[in-house]
Write a protein that binds this ligand. Structure first.
Ligand SMILES: Cc1ncc(COP(=O)(O)O)c(C=O)c1O
Length: 396
């Protein structure tokens, strides 16, 4: 239904793109709008000396307003950098620098985390002497509340987890996690796999920080946002500083700016921000988000029916139940464990999927899996894509 909006399919007519969990394709409207902006309005921002710069800056801040509307928060609580990985590193580093996280403290993260939400904590932990612990899942893949209670000791200062698993597509009840936390625990949620698929309300969930990466929602690569609750904007020192993060510098010291500017050192990704604005305009906020969700749920049901037919030959990781999930499905084949081979076969049929660990070693290790194949859907995938994928899978 939406495929015609995406030039990639015109230029690659046989392509079945099922690697959307990694990054998704860009609509013509976004490409044209961005090209238009670069052709007519682009200049560096935060200089205000000429009209072009003003136009460019307006587009940059309009982008933040669009993001804020999408998340039901304030534009003044959002700052941009480059991707989710970078974002979590910045938050982790700022928490250490601001002494919110110190020696003997602990960080508690979900076992299903992407490495982007594991390594920043582990690397800093080695240097600063705090501990990183994982809370687990039960056999039905739901959060193991008992394990959480045991691990959530008095020294836990940060809890961080993803809203949606990039391996199973499972939506976790992060609001319930928040309700279990003490007021002084910093709660970070990685929304990389949820924002592209359904409406999320940051205030309702009540997290302190949230990261999201624009390229998974039809914006260009290199633009990513962090929502940071107002009180933390004041408390945290930035990891990276330079132009635009200061009010004053002298030979004896400096004064940092307040608010989100403090976290946006140097020339930002202006073109990326505009691409995000245009991607959100393309989605047309809430009404279209609901349509994306409906479309996805229809596809999810069809995919699960196919997996049910292949049960015994193909093991789907997690469940055949369609509730609480987005269109990401990982699986293993009973008769073929060579993922490179499987990947190659799909590629030879112009089907883009992913095989491996999906940057989630801890989860794969807990499940005793040496890797999985993942197919992940988005707005433009249709019945033909799904049929072609399962035709090839059945053949393997
Ligand atoms: C849950 C999750 N977190 C973080 C990331 C990292 O995103 P990026 O590569 O944009 O930094 C991904 C990427 O797939 C992801 O799925």
């Amino acid at each position: 239904m939406y495929k015609k909006d995406f030039p990639i399919f015109e230029h690659n007519p046989w392509l079945v793109f099922l690697d959307n969990g990694a990054s998704c394709q860009k609509p013509k409207m976004v490409i044209d709008w961005v090209s238009d902006f670069v052709s007519h309005d682009y200049a560096n921002i935060h200089r205000w000396l000429y009209e072009l710069s003003e136009r460019s800056e307006k587009a940059y801040y309009d982008s933040k307003i669009a993001v804020a509307n999408l998340l039901s928060c304030k534009a003044s609580e959002i700052f941009y950098t480059y991707n989710s990985t970078y974002g979590i590193n910045i938050i982790a580093g700022s928490l250490v620098r601001s002494k919110v996280l110190q020696k003997w403290d602990a960080v508690l993260i979900g076992i299903w985390e992407h490495h982007a939400n594991v390594l920043p904590w582990q690397i800093l932990a080695e240097e600063y002497g705090f501990e990183v612990k994982f809370f687990g899942i039960k056999n039905d893949y739901s959060i193991d509340r008992d394990d959480f209670v045991i691990k959530y000791t008095d020294n836990v200062k940060v809890v961080a987890c993803s809203h949606v698993s990039n391996v199973t597509g499972q939506i976790y009840d992060v609001k319930k996690v928040k309700q279990q936390l003490r007021d002084d625990t910093f709660f970070l949620v990685d929304w990389s796999q949820s924002v592209p698929h359904f409406v999320v309300d940051v205030v309702d969930i009540g997290c302190d920080a949230l990261v999201f990466t624009g390229h998974k929602m039809m914006a260009y690569t290199g633009i990513w946002w962090v929502y940071l609750k107002k009180e933390w904007l004041k408390k945290l020192s930035p990891m990276i500083a330079g132009w635009w993060t200061i009010e004053d510098v002298s030979v004896t010291g400096h004064t940092l700016t307040s608010g989100t500017d403090k976290f946006e050192a140097g020339t930002p990704n202006i073109i990326g921000a505009v691409s995000l604005l245009k991607a959100i305009e393309y989605v047309d906020n809430i009404w279209w988000m609901q349509k994306i969700w409906q479309h996805e749920q229809e596809i999810v049901k069809k995919v699960l029916d196919w997996f049910k037919l292949l049960a015994g030959k193909v093991e789907l990781i997690w469940t055949f139940v369609s509730e609480n999930r987005v269109g990401a499905f990982s699986f293993v084949l009973k008769n073929q464990s060579n993922f490179n081979k499987i990947w190659e076969i799909f590629a030879s049929h112009n089907i883009a999927v992913r095989c491996g660990w999906h940057c989630a070693y801890p989860l794969h290790k807990q499940l005793g899996l040496g890797g999985t194949c993942r197919m992940s859907t988005y707005i433009y995938n249709d019945d033909q894509d799904i049929e072609k994928f399962f035709e090839v899978l059945s053949g393997i």
